[in-house]
Design a protein around this ligand. Structure first.
Ligand code: C5P
Length: 308
């Protein structure tokens, strides 16, 4: 008898940088009210799903050893959630190819969850609509809906309520990956502590930033980037100050901590400048490794699938 090897469905999902991240007060549910502007970046993960006897997760890539391959992995939880919605067993093998730094403030885990939702929707021919996918995504984590959508968006609430921002321009970034990760809840708690002790500076509104995005000039955008979590990330990892300085000295227009960090994101004038900055930063000894990326890019999308 011929055995047919099932063809996996593969989905690519982007990372993100918060161009603007205003953190409001701590809510009763333990989350902070946010207003943020996300941009999806070309640094991405690929997630493949294939039918199997039981649910499993495998992780490949440079940081694979740092990613749990059990039910604490957000992709695993995404598979359980879609299966429950579809009224079937989550009998799939999930393979994650990591390109996004782990615990880096770039939504790596959220990208994998978003990719798994899209992949299983395709594998099981569920035809889940945008609203249903959004609802499942928000249940999995604050950044998962944005990883589904990609592009540029304003996020409010926990970050899960999105309004798209149209932009016809591509921006070029250099990302400095740190040696150790930072835990998102720990960084939020550190900000609460800093605010209880003093009055760390808060980012301004988003009007000018949205204007700059529409205009497409990175020189105008650069001074408008801001992140309330940066003070907390720097407090927990003071060495990041040196990284931020080194990126600007290397020719970047501006540097910010990405989300809860510790990845530092440097906006550059153009693609050539990004390559130059990345080479210089790589030699400066201020980070583990350096990546060049651009954005906005699209959200989680099937890149390879079985033909019926
Ligand atoms: O939603 P997600 O699971 O990604 O959030 C991880 C943690 O980050 C939360 O448990 C919370 O401590 C913190 N967080 C927050 N406010 C937000 C988003 C996340 O305090 N808006």
């Amino acid at each position: 008898m011929l055995s047919v090897v099932p063809t996996p469905v593969t989905v690519r999902a982007p990372s993100k940088v918060n161009l603007h991240l205003a953190v409001g007060d701590l809510r009763e549910d333990g989350y902070h009210e946010l207003r943020t502007v996300f941009q999806a970046l070309s640094l991405s993960d690929e997630v493949s799903v294939v039918p199997a006897d039981a649910l499993s997760v495998q992780v490949r890539g440079a940081d694979a050893a740092l990613v749990p391959a059990d039910s604490t992995n957000l992709a695993w939880r995404a598979a359980e959630l879609v299966a429950a919605r579809a009224g079937r067993e989550p009998a799939v093998a999930i393979m994650i190819d990591k390109g996004i730094p782990v615990a880096g403030g770039m939504a790596g885990g959220s990208a994998d969850a978003a990719a798994t939702l899209v992949a299983l929707d395709a594998l099981w021919h569920l035809g889940l609509g945008r609203d249903e996918l959004d609802e499942l995504a928000a249940e999995l984590g604050s950044d998962v809906p944005f990883c589904l959508h990609g592009g540029i968006a304003i996020g409010t609430g926990r970050g899960e309520h999105l309004v798209p921002v149209l932009s016809r321009h591509t921006f070029h970034w250099v990302l400095a990956l740190a040696k150790d990760g930072l835990s998102t809840p720990v960084v939020f708690r550190e900000l609460d502590r800093l605010r209880a002790e003093g009055n760390p500076r808060r980012v301004d509104g988003t009007d000018e930033l949205l204007h700059a995005l529409a205009g497409g000039d990175p020189h105008v955008l650069a001074p408008l980037l801001g992140n309330d979590l940066q003070a907390a990330a720097l407090s927990l990892n003071p060495a990041l100050r040196r990284t931020l300085r080194a990126g600007v000295e290397a020719g970047a227009l501006a540097g910010i901590v990405s989300g809860s960090g510790p990845t530092c994101a440097f906006l550059c004038a153009d693609e050539d400048a990004a390559v130059t900055v990345s080479a210089e930063l790589a030699g400066a000894g201020v980070c583990r490794t350096v990546r060049v990326a651009s954005g906005p890019v699209h959200g989680a999308r099937v890149v390879g699938a079985s033909t019926p």
